[in-house]
Design a protein. Sequence first.
Length: 274
Amino acid sequence: MSGRVVPVVGSTEPWAGGVVTSSTRCILAPNPSPWTLDGTNTWLLSAPGSAAALVVDPGPDDPDHLDAIAAAADEAGQRIRGVLLTHGHVDHAEGARVFAMRQGSWVRALDPEHRLGDEGLADGDVVDVGDWQVRVVGTPGHSADSLSFHLPHDGSLLTGDTILGRGTSLVAWPDGTLGEYLGSLARLRALAESTGMLRLLPGHGPVLSDPVTVLDAYLEHRRARLAEVEEVVASGVTEARDVVAIVYADVPREVWPAAELTVRAQLAYLSESR
């Protein structure tokens, strides 16, 4: 084996959400687990002096959590114009339709199944909210419908599960694919560098500063893991579960099911690359 992979940056301190910048606030959903870290980050977005807000990823259909999102907007004197989804996984999207209907608003997502209203979202779209906007960046890989949202006025990028605030993201094979994921990381890295981006706002875990460094670490980590998987396969171990036991021996067993999905994505990528 080639040794331990490069660790990805991220605080090990517990994350509780709260106000991050003058334009962004995290309302942490009460759904912590090995898969969701401290819980799902629901983001309330606006701009200084604006009375309009958007919600990203309302999270689970938990009445108390949905009430907390609405209360945060009320406290800021803002009206929620609509809901955006980074992707349709249940821990991000389950409460979206219920919340939007309560607010008399819409839900926009890449996957039509998760929309409420006529409009969706796609790479390159711009969501205008009066005097501020959200730019949509297609970032498939974790899932086929994964999107990231750039806030130019705030220097922030909301990454959903493409980047996590602690540890690494899984590639949810077969819906997610490793080739697309690597391409998305490279694209975000170029965007972060070209725009002077200040921070990443992940779907789980704490805010990350220095986006270029974080994305470089993610790319290095993913390539190192892939090299380890390739080495194990070359030794004759080809079953995903057996590969997990060797390559991911350094991670808690409760996340091995997630690691197995990523290994299946890695095996498919290696097979396609031959």
